[in-house]
Design a protein around this ligand. Structure first.
Ligand code: ADP
Ligand code: MN
Ligand code: MN
Ligand code: MN
Length: 337
């Protein structure tokens, strides 16, 4: 077995939006298996995770895949632990209560490809704006689609890494794109989203293109913001067989708007305005096929005898999928069928 380059990834302690950090560990005779990824540590005083006097935080490997962008490379997603082995306060993954992987999640990750020099999305001229929204969503051609080369490279990288990407599409704003990742198990879905975010950021370095994960990077103009719709199901929803069960699960979210919004990503009040296919951040609503609702019941659910999943449309592009999933699971688990 070759000497391998393991890139250890973790989330820093910055608030309100945690960022990805990573560093390389060389491991001889690496098997490629999670159980053979050693624990590691880092300087938490440089990432807002520990004071300088006792700076060591631990990295607990939790997910490993091939690193398609690097010779003999692997990507190792880690949870951050305190020096005594307990979960660090910044560790959202440790708060997921889904031990039997009964919860399935499909996240739709939207984002803007960004020109760091003009500080505008790809497709925006340095001084001004491209034509208004209309032709960009699922568009084709050099006047409608911007950055496809990088998007395609990212898709190939995700597939080579074995991530369960289900699709990609160009989004409503110029320079805005989406990928979807699905997993049976909330932790796995979160792991794959974070690894996919890492892969596009690193692929972009080569092109001088960055990724803007902010939910409303163009402010209060007539340009869509970015979401990370959380599609979820558990056996209750998958086997429901009645409208009453779907209504009951949706109603369980109504009194918990504040608790959910708290982990649905920074600055979401700028995005959840009631315009641009969103519901107001202050309201709660649900409905079949309703893209202006907080939670959409996909049209396939009634068509399939009221079995399937729900789409919470409120989580934004910069949210931590671990925290989003943990909160949804807590709310849905409390429903007594
Ligand atoms: P839209 O853009 O119309 O909202 P997408 O096709 O982009 O829909 O995303 C739908 C997502 O729903 C996919 O990521 C898919 O994996 C997910 N999904 C489908 N069935 C289930 C299910 N039973 N449980 C959880 N997620 C699901
Ligand atoms: Mn979508
Ligand atoms: Mn979308
Ligand atoms: Mn959606």
């Amino acid at each position: 077995m070759a000497t391998a380059k393991l890139e250890y990834l973790w989330l820093d302690g910055y608030q309100p939006t945690q960022g990805l950090r990573s560093k390389t560990k060389i491991v001889k005779n690496f098997s490629g298996k999670l159980e053979d990824c050693p624990m590691w540590s880092f300087d938490g005083s440089s990432t807002e995770q520990a004071p300088g006097g006792s700076s060591d935080c631990l990295l607990q490997p939790v997910f490993v895949c091939v690193d398609p962008q690097r010779k003999d490379g692997y990507l190792v997603m880690c949870e951050v632990l305190n020096a005594d082995g307990s979960a660090h306060a910044s560790n959202g993954r440790a708060t997921i209560l889904d031990d039997d992987n009964d919860f399935w999640f499909g996240f739709e990750q939207e984002y803007f490809l960004w020109n760091p020099e003009t500080n505008k999305p790809l497709g925006f001229p340095a001084g001004g704006f491209p034509g208004p929204q209309g032709p960009y969503y699922c568009g084709v051609g050099a006047s409608s689609a911007y950055g496809r080369e990088l998007v395609e490279e990212h898709l190939d990288a995700c597939l080579e890494a074995g991530l369960n990407v289900e699709g990609i599409n160009a989004e409503v704003a110029a320079g805005q794109w989406e990928f979807q990742i699905f997993a049976k198990g909330a932790r796995e879905a979160g792991d794959q989203i974070w690894v996919a975010r890492y892969l596009i950021e690193r692929a972009g370095e080569k092109y001088g293109i960055s990724v803007n994960w902010h939910c409303k990077p163009l402010g209060a103009l007539d340009w869509n913001g970015s979401g990370m719709h959380a599609n979820f199901s558990n056996s209750l929803l998958r086997n429901a067989g009645s409208k009453e069960i779907f209504d009951k699960v949706c109603e369980a979210f109504r009194p918990l708007v504040k608790e959910h919004i708290a982990v649905y990503g920074a600055d979401n009040h700028l995005r959840l305005t009631g315009k641009h296919e969103t519901a107001s951040i202050h309201d709660f609503s649900f409905g079949v096929s309703d893209r202006g609702a907080s939670i959409r019941i996909p049209v396939g659910v009634p068509a399939n005898g009221w079995k399937g999943y729900l789409e919470d449309r409120r989580p934004n592009s910069a949210a931590d999928p671990y925290k989003v999933a943990a909160r949804i699971i807590e709310t849905v688990k409390a429903v007594k069928a």
